[in-house]
Design a protein around this ligand. Structure first.
Ligand SMILES: C[S@@+](CC[C@H](N)C(=O)[O-])C[C@H]1O[C@@H](n2cnc3c(N)ncnc32)[C@H](O)[C@@H]1O
Length: 323
């Protein structure tokens, strides 16, 4: 979605850009090639991505890369003694290198240690979770974040398997799931949804997203752009609800006379939507990168209303792993 991200970001000379999901710097390269005269702050919670980015920053003027979760972007910006930034971009989920490297433990296609942490320097791994979590909680994680209808059967199979020996590898977990979930007609591996659910839980991805959106609201200057690319409906629902709450006017308390001012009217409007419907990747990108087929981009412009005045988020709060 680089084209669409660049069009929405409208980076101008002197702008400060926060890329909360630096990855391998695809967006950084594209944006800095178009506008070399900006300060590009890349954040990633994955130490490998940060190491890669810090090397890249030696060749790419304007780029600096920090090890941080994007939910901590406000703290980082204050530490850097910046008042505000002009663009915040989030490209959610895991990167191709994370999936491709078996030792990161994200992939059911390649056997490796059952880790799944983006930030390998802290927190519980997927192995810690599947070997310790109570059966009902496991079923809930797999159902809620993986949308696996056979979540109870999967949780039961995990409990039985771990009683034999701790589950340490992605291959063993995938086999356990495949023993109770059959391959659907669409050919998707039966382990897909369970792996997604555990990954979202291990990295507290939905909680991170909720806190990250609020942090972006706090640091964006008036006129600043927020751009979020999501890859599944759980993420998109959160972004949509956040922007709906921030970009819509609160319900009117009654008709006002023309000379009366409704102080509440503009209070919640910390953002204006750039696109009412989410943008999707174009056909050529989907052909080159099948993952782009499920990408959705939502973008909004920050108004000059102070953060904190917004109506509350109608979605329930997510409390995943406390990383
Ligand atoms: C889909 S990739 C981003 C790819 C990037 N746009 C590029 O062009 O290379 C997502 C990256 O964001 C990182 N990430 C995911 N959630 C994060 C979070 N809450 N805080 C910081 N980094 C995060 C992952 O570690 C991964 O490297």
């Amino acid at each position: 979605m680089l084209r669409e991200v660049m069009a929405a970001a409208q980076v101008a000379a002197g702008d400060r850009v926060v890329d909360g999901t630096f990855g391998r710097g695809g967006y950084a390269r594209g944006i800095l090639a178009q506008q070399p005269d900006c300060r590009y702050l890349g954040l990633d919670r994955d130490p490998v991505a940060v190491h890669y980015g810090q090397n890249l920053s030696e060749q790419l003027a304007g780029l600096e890369v920090h090890h941080a979760a994007f939910s901590d972007m406000e703290t980082l910006i204050r530490q850097l003694e910046l008042d505000s930034v002009d663009v915040v971009v989030l490209d959610l989920g895991v990167s191709s290198p994370q999936i491709d490297q078996a030792d990161r433990g994200f992939s059911f296609g390649k056997d490796g240690p059952l880790d799944m942490r983006m930030d390998t320097s802290r927190g519980l791994s997927a192995a810690d979770v599947v070997n310790a979590m109570a059966e009902e909680d496991l079923a809930n994680v797999i159902f809620k974040y993986g949308e696996e209808r056979r979540s109870r059967a999967v949780a039961r199979a995990i409990i039985e398997a771990r009683a034999q020996a701790p589950i340490e590898t992605t291959g063993r977990l995938a086999e356990i799931v495949r023993s109770v979930v059959w391959r659907a007609k669409d050919g998707i591996d039966p382990a897909t949804r369970t792996f997604q659910g555990l990954r979202i839980h291990v990295n507290d991805e939905l909680g991170e997203l909720e806190r990250g959106l609020e942090a972006a609201e706090a640091i964006l200057a008036p006129g600043g752009r927020l751009i979020v690319v999501t890859f599944h409906s759980l993420e998109d629902r959160i972004v949509k609800a956040f922007l709906k709450a921030r970009a819509s006017k609160p319900a009117s308390k009654g008709r006002l006379m023309p000379w009366e001012e409704d102080a509440e009217e503009d209070k919640a409007q910390t953002f204006m939507l750039l696109n009412k419907k989410p943008l999707e990747a174009q056909k050529d990108e989907c052909r080159a990168n099948p993952r782009a087929r499920s990408a959705k981009l939502r973008a909004a412009t920050r108004t000059d209303v102070a953060a904190g005045g917004a109506a509350s988020d109608p979605e329930p709060e997510h409390t995943g792993a406390n990383l």
